[in-house]
Design a protein around this ligand. Structure first.
Ligand code: ATR
Length: 248
């Protein structure tokens, strides 16, 4: 996706994007080596996003409030941290979340950027999590509500549902999220951050119920678009990135 975009904006040959596998105990050292190796920046993913923020010299207000950075830029004055998970998520939505009732499933690292983005956009945010204490803690931190799932989640009461859990990544489905095929309707937007592999049960069921759906790959593409924009100062072609990500 990134290399396709780099080529499309005329930087191939000069720039390339590569995957680097780093263990948590080697992260700080590896990061320290990168500017000297000619890297202009890095996308950071699980489980390093909190460490990336902590190790940066400067951080955007957004990444500080979210508590995680997925973009680093190696600048002459030091390492700058940013978060494009939040704007990427918002950009992937088919309509504005302002004023809508939103239900975020999950309270882990991926939930933080989503809850922050929705709360900032003026949505009425509710959080459900398998471990209720984590939902309550995240809700308190961001000044939003948490909900319990006794007898199933009242999905019909929400215009926007976002799955930030790992359910659907390597198994698991609607039942684990306390949802049923009847949970969805045509007035809803359903987002599943899970990507890779086959369509998730959540996306399939919500589409069958008439909801507008956004899959994890679209959210990934949008954060990648925002990331490349930070490093290059250019607008990459979204369609090229989307097609490359989907193997089209
Ligand atoms: P990430 O940083 O990707 O969000 P995480 O912090 O490990 O990863 O969070 C994973 C999320 O998926 C959590 O909300 C987790 O719920 P718990 O807090 O109860 O662990 C949720 N999750 C994982 N497996 C789940 C399952 N089988 N059913 C429901 N929720 C699940």
């Amino acid at each position: 996706m990134q290399n396709a975009a780099i080529e499309a904006i005329g930087l191939a040959g000069e720039w390339s994007y590569e995957a680097i596998d780093v263990a948590p105990d080697a992260f700080e050292r590896r990061l320290g080596e990168m500017p000297g190796e000619g890297f202009v920046g890095a996308n950071i993913t699980v489980p390093h996003k909190e460490a990336a923020l902590a190790l940066s010299d400067r951080a955007s207000t957004d990444s500080r409030e979210i508590g995680a950075a997925n973009v680093l830029s190696f600048e002459p004055g030091g390492v700058a941290a940013a978060n494009t998970d939040a704007p990427g998520f918002l950009a992937a939505l088919p309509r504005s979340p302002t004023g809508t009732r939103a239900l975020v499933l999950g309270a882990g690292g991926a939930a933080r950027a989503v809850v922050w983005a929705l709360e900032r956009s003026g949505a009425r945010v509710h959080i459900w999590n398998r471990t209720a204490e984590r939902a309550a803690a995240l809700a308190a931190e961001f000044g939003v509500a948490s909900v319990a799932a006794e007898g199933g989640l009242p999905a019909a009461e929400f215009e926007l549902l976002v799955n930030t859990t790992t359910v659907g990544m390597a198994g698991g489905g609607l039942e684990d999220l306390h949802l049923t095929p009847d949970s969805f309707g045509s007035t809803q937007v359903v987002v599943d951050l899970v990507y890779g592999g086959a369509e998730t049960e959540l996306i399939a069921a919500s589409r069958a119920g008439g909801a507008a759906t956004v899959d994890g790959l679209e959210v990934l593409v949008r954060q990648g678009f925002e990331s490349l924009r930070i490093w290059t100062g250019k607008d990459p072609p979204l369609r090229v990135m989307r097609e490359a990500a989907r193997g089209a």
